[in-house]
Design a protein around this ligand. Structure first.
Ligand SMILES: Nc1ncnc2c1ncn2[C@@H]1O[C@H](COP(=O)(O)OP(=O)(O)OP(=O)(O)O)[C@@H](O)[C@H]1O
Ligand SMILES: [Mg+2]
Length: 260
């Protein structure tokens, strides 16, 4: 058996907004092909960390390595070029456009394919169907459907599809099921497992312990701007995670489990 590779590592990353220190030296790593959950109370710094990985924020200090090389993720295009795609809670879909149009949104110039703009709609729709099929969602989402009329789960699937179809190696989902009902959440969970089966590294933020325990291989617990503990899902419990997250269970930041 080969040793698992850390596709993405974050070392001592700090980020302040004016007087607010959102990240106070975060050190975490993500294993290639695994599902990792980022958990923590409101304001713990999860979204700020995600945005540093997505190129939306530039850390004040610290190192990020991707595939073994130190990288400066200076903007979202750089993150994409590396193969890091992020799906935010608002999903950044345009309600008045169709699924196909959303799947191709803002991609033409970035990919440097001048011909893409001129592709006829039939070809685009065919490709959109293939993109949906790749994530197993072709049967429940029509490529001609307007986003406006779609359920939360379908929207999430379109947003994930857009990220995956353009070659993501790492996909980051910030609270993908927070606004969804039980059945829709189950669909998203299935989708996440499917991404893993395709070898994609998944990082997701969640407050739902059932979901965390069901999906994650590894869990990083954030509190007050730091990653205070890392656990293999198989070796922890919801109870322990709640304790770590609230501070009821204390763990030294330098603890052995914080660096897998
Ligand atoms: N753009 C910003 N400007 C100023 N302060 C910010 C900004 N973004 C985040 N913060 C602050 O940084 C801290 C961490 O916020 P962050 O959004 O990362 O938390 P979170 O863990 O994602 O919380 P939640 O679970 O509520 O989404 C908070 O105190 C927040 O108010
Ligand atoms: Mg957040």
């Amino acid at each position: 058996m080969t040793t698992p590779q850390q596709i993405l590592t974050v070392r001592d990353v700090r980020k302040s907004f004016g007087g607010v220190a959102a990240l106070k030296g975060v050190t975490v790593s993500f294993t290639q092909g695994e599902i990792t959950a980022l958990i923590g109370d409101n304001g713990a710094g999860k979204s700020t960390l995600v945005k540093c990985l997505a190129g939306l924020h530039v850390p004040d200090s610290g190192q990020i390595t991707f595939d073994g090389h130190e990288v400066a993720i200076s903007d979202p295009r750089r993150a994409r070029a590396l193969g890091i795609e992020t799906v935010y809670q608002d999903l950044a879909l345009l309600d008045e456009l169709t699924v196909t149009e959303n799947l191709f949104l803002s991609r033409e110039p970035q990919r440097g394919l001048p011909g893409l703009k001129l592709l006829d709609r039939r070809a685009m729709k065919r490709q959109a169907r293939e993109m949906l099929a790749q994530i197993g969602a072709a049967d429940r989402i029509s490529v001609d459907g307007l986003i406006r009329w779609m359920s939360g789960g379908q929207r999430q699937a379109v947003a994930i599809c857009r990220a995956v179809a353009w070659g993501a190696k790492v996909i980051i989902l910030d609270e993908p099921t927070a606004a969804l009902g039980v059945n829709e959440s189950a669909e998203v969970h299935q989708l996440i497992r499917r991404l893993k089966a395709q070898g994609i590294t998944v990082i997701f933020v969640s407050h739902n312990f059932e979901e965390i325990m069901a999906l994650a291989d590894h869990i990083w617990v954030m509190r007050q701007g730091m990653a205070i503990a890392g656990r293999r899902a198989a070796e922890t419990s919801g109870t322990e995670l709640v304790g770590l997250l609230t501070g009821a269970t204390s763990e030294a930041v330098e603890g052995t489990s914080a660096t897998p």
